[in-house]
Write a protein that binds this ligand. Structure first.
Ligand code: G6P
Length: 366
């Protein structure tokens, strides 16, 4: 087993570092003539008259689905509803007659996700699966399948599966935007060009690894943490908080920054770390005003911010700088520091990183 870790201490760290390569693998063959082209997955017929999309998943895959919602709505202008499978399956869904379902599942075996897939099919709704495992239950029963090429993911906490799921969400949004003509071709090509280089941007984040490790060493004894963001940053905050709680057992709460005043502000006390995602240029000032509120109550604010926004977030106590990237695509790079942070927090607390207590890689029973 040790050999499979390729010199890394844990599968999780190895898989975090495999992300640029996994992104490259997942990009391969999906961009042609500078535009995203997923026609080879045979999906154009099932999307032809679609007026509504449901995205359903569990855990980390659900967080990828949240990014998918924002990307598809923004670029391809199709209304999307993203929901947790265990909730969706017991809801009295008002199925839109011209709808399509996307299920996202690394393993392709999650019981709740499978149940929703079957329920959709019973209702005559076509299902597109996004999965990492060829031949999985989800891939067998869905009408169409798009594979992430993350390679085997061993650590219970998902990392490279998530970033490649995000990549598929963007490719799909760009593909649909092109087919539907919802974006000017030059803008489409520009964003696609940036997505085609996202593996290199992801690679650059590792330059900050030591800094993040030191940060984790400073904060390892905390009991509570908060993750804030708006828009795409909120989705990443949710994933960052999940990583931290899964493997370090520290209480981590993600909140939409604008919702702070409606509750969590009451929980802020002297010295509590607040990790703030700052990648959405048009929302920086809004998020900064929320940050001032937590700082005024003694929180230590760690900003994960894009290089071009560094100046705006100088008031933050600590900074992790992300390479400049289009805000729409920022989640792919923004999540990496949070994965590394969670990893080292768990290490410094002596937790079993690859096999966290009480959790399983794949939840095949309800
Ligand atoms: C478990 C795993 C998570 C994963 C979730 C959904 O909770 O520990 O890492 O995100 O299941 O799994 P799936 O295989 O459907 O993506």
């Amino acid at each position: 087993i040790a050999a499979e870790k390729n010199g890394y201490d844990h599968f999780m760290l190895k898989e975090i570092h495999e992300q640029p390569a996994a992104l490259r693998e997942t990009l391969r063959g999906n961009i042609k003539d500078q535009v995203a082209d997923l026609a080879h997955f045979n999906i154009d017929d099932i999307f032809a008259d679609v007026k509504k999309i449901y995205i359903v998943a569990c855990g980390t895959a659900y967080h990828a689905g949240l990014v998918g919602r924002w990307a598809i709505e923004k670029l391809a202008r199709i209304p999307v509803e993203t929901e947790i499978a265990s909730e969706f399956r017991y809801r009295d869904v008002l199925w839109h007659p011209q709808s399509l379902m996307i299920v996202i599942s690394q393993s392709g075996e999650t019981a709740d996700t499978m149940a929703v897939l079957r329920e959709a099919k019973r209702n005559g709704i076509r299902v597109l699966a996004v999965t990492n495992v060829v031949g999985s239950a989800v891939s067998r029963e869905a009408d169409r399948v798009i594979y992430t090429h993350a390679g085997p993911e061993i650590a219970v906490a998902s990392t490279k599966a998530y970033s490649t799921q995000l990549l598929i969400m963007y490719l799909l949004a760009l593909h649909l935007a092109r087919v539907r003509g919802t974006m000017p071709l030059n803008e489409l090509k520009e964003l696609t060009g940036e997505l085609a280089r996202i593996d290199g941007l992801a690679e650059k984040v590792f330059e900050q690894q030591n800094r993040i490790k030191e940060m984790a060493a400073r904060h390892k004894d905390v009991q509570n943490t908060f993750f804030l963001g708006r828009g795409f940053d909120y989705a990443v905050a949710m994933e960052g908080a999940l990583k931290l709680k899964e493997i370090s057992y520290i209480h981590a709460e993600a909140y939409a920054a604008g919702e702070l005043k409606h509750g969590p502000l009451a929980l802020i006390y002297e010295g509590v770390p607040v990790l703030a995602l700052i990648t959405q240029d048009h929302l920086v000032e809004k998020t900064m005003s929320n940050i001032r509120e937590v700082k005024a109550r003694g929180a230590i604010v760690i900003a994960i911010c894009k290089a071009n926004l560094q100046e705006s977030c100088q008031e933050c106590d600590e900074q992790i700088i992300l390479p400049d990237v289009n805000p729409i695509l920022a989640p792919i790079v923004g999540v990496i520091p949070l994965q590394i942070f969670a990893y080292y927090m768990a290490i410094f607390r002596g937790a079993d990183v690859d096999k966290p207590r009480n959790l399983a890689k794949s939840v095949t029973v309800e």
